[in-house]
Design a protein around this ligand. Sequence first.
Ligand code: HEC
Length: 201
Amino acid sequence: MIRPLAAVLLALAMAGCAPDGKEEITLAPTVEDAAVVVLSQPLAQEFTSALQAQLGAAMAEGGPMQALGVCHEEAPRIAAAIAGESGAQVVRISDRNRNPAGAVSDEVAPFYAQLAEQPLVDNAPATRIWQSGEGDAARMNYLAAIPMREQPCSACHGSDIDPELQARISELYPDDLATGFTPGELRGALHISWPIGAFFE
Ligand code: HEC
C-alpha cells in the first residue's frame, strides 16, 4: 500500500504536471518512480542551492583557496543535515572521485554510466530511479547528474589548476581523481536513497 504522505505528494505532483489531466504519467513511468521523484527532487535542490550559496560566497570573498575549505567541510555537512531531516541517504559520488567516500558502487555503476552518456536532458540534469535490495531491506534510489561547468568548477576540477591550490588539494585528498574535467562532461552525481518503508507498507 502507498503510504499517505507519499500518496498526497504524488497527487500534488500529478496535478502540478498535468493541469489539463491529459499527460498524467509523463512525470515518471510508474507510481513508485513518481513518488521517488516527488520526495527526492526538493532534497536535491536544497543540497545544490545550499552548497552553491556557500561556494559562491567563499569564492567571492577569498577565491578558490578559501572555497576549497567550504567544499571540504560544508558539502558533507549539508548532505548529512538533509539526510538527518528526511530519513534518506544523501551522498555525492563520482567515477573520478575526490572524497574517498564518494566512489561509484557496483550497484550504481550502470545507472551512473547512463548519466555519463547524456548528463543533461532538455537542459536539466539527467536522473535515474530504481529499486534495490529485497523485502524490508529494499530501497528506492534517485540519481541526479552533476554536470561539469567552466565557472566556478574548473578552478578546482579543470585542467589548469593553480599550483598552490593543487598542492592543498593533494594534501587534503592524496588519492584525488577529480581533475581534468571539461565542461559538459559528467562531474559526478547526487545519490539519494530511501528505505522502502518511506513509500509502501
Ligand atoms: C574551490 C574548489 C572547488 C570548486 C570551485 C568546486 N569544487 Fe567540487 N569539490 C571540491 C572538493 C574539495 C570536493 C570534495 C568534497 C568532500 O570532501 O566531500 C569536491 C567534490 C565534488 C563532487 C563530489 C564527488 C567527488 O569527486 O568527491 C562533485 C560532484 C563536485 N565536486 C562537483 C563540482 C561542480 C559541478 C562544481 C562547479 C559548480 C564544483 N564541484 C566546484 C572542490 C571544489
